[in-house]
Design a protein around this ligand. Structure first.
Ligand SMILES: Nc1ncnc2c1ncn2[C@@H]1O[C@H](COP(=O)(O)OP(=O)(O)OP(=O)(O)O)[C@@H](O)[C@H]1O
Ligand SMILES: [Mg+2]
Length: 253
């Protein structure tokens, strides 16, 4: 049996005495793309934050394995070095640090943590430019401070650029499609599809079935009140679009 890239068992998490995750179970085998859809406030971003290791959350039960390793025992930077990547719903602005500089620092920090040598600047520049072309990210944008004054769509494209450079084994995309115009959606989807690989898995959180026409998922999950209540193939997303979440609320109760 091959090891799942991500295995979440009965995960419970709370913030300020309020339980948000109420028993999440999810297994993502290598190479698969899973989509998560669910109402506002159901806990989707919380799940991604807990996986990335954001503080503030108290894990009260459950376990998470990343490629067989105990993810919850790792610090956030160790998780990233181990191959976990989260593209934020609201990307963070980093004033004063050029996007290019940030990307290089992020990449070399991970390499260092893994005991790998730093990437040489010319090699890095080449890799960024190459990845940037596919995402319509030009030199001017790379010189600007990360995300500062970027439009919504530019921020999302910058997230996918980071992902393309870091080559994570588990990518979590939290509403990377929201706020994108039709062309940008295709650019982002192409970028994400280009990263699909046999040894890489993805978890795509979205509100829009439309995205799943571009990034076709292997499995679609419905998230409701802190857990996954239904899983199916891509037709489940169409069903949701047609009927809404009401019928799945009962399943959660
Ligand atoms: N610091 C906090 N204190 C109290 N409640 C919080 C805190 N952070 C998040 N929550 C609550 O946790 C719940 C889940 O939020 P989360 O952001 O995970 O939802 P979501 O499924 O990502 O929603 P959306 O689709 O709108 O992005 C919400 O009710 C939110 O108000
Ligand atoms: Mg969210």
């Amino acid at each position: 049996m091959t090891t799942a890239i991500l295995e979440i068992r009965n995960l419970h998490a709370r913030i300020e005495d309020r339980e948000i995750l109420k028993g999440v179970n999810l297994i993502i085998p290598p190479g698969q793309v899973h989509a998560v859809m669910g109402r506002n406030g159901s806990g989707k971003s919380t799940l991604s934050y807990v996986l990335a290791g954001k503080e503030d959350y108290e894990i009260t039960e459950g376990e998470v394995l990343l490629d067989g390793q105990d993810l919850l025992a790792m610090e956030p930077d160790e998780r990233a070095a181990a191959g976990l990547f989260l593209a934020f719903q609201y990307p963070i602005e980093i004033p004063g640090v050029a996007t290019m500089t940030f990307l290089k620092a992020a990449m070399n920090a991970q390499r260092k943590k893994r005991g790998e040598p730093e990437m040489l600047t010319p090699d890095f520049m080449r890799a960024v430019k190459q990845a940037g072309v596919a995402l319509n990210i030009d030199n001017d944008m790379l010189k600007r401070p990360l995300n500062v004054g970027f439009s919504g769509g530019e921020k999302k494209r910058a997230e996918v650029l980071q992902m393309a450079l870091l080559q994570p084994k588990m990518c979590i995309l939290d509403e990377t499609d929201s706020g994108l115009d039709i062309d940008a959606l295709q650019v982002v989807a192409k970028g994400v599809n280009g990263l699909r690989a046999a040894n890489r898995s993805m978890l795509v959180i979205t509100h829009y079935q439309r995205l799943l026409n571009h990034i076709v998922p292997d499995v679609v999950h419905v998230f409701s009140d802190g857990k996954i209540v239904e899983s199916g193939d891509k037709d489940l997303a169409l069903q949701l679009e047609a009927k809404g979440y009401a019928e799945f609320d009962d399943a959660a109760a």
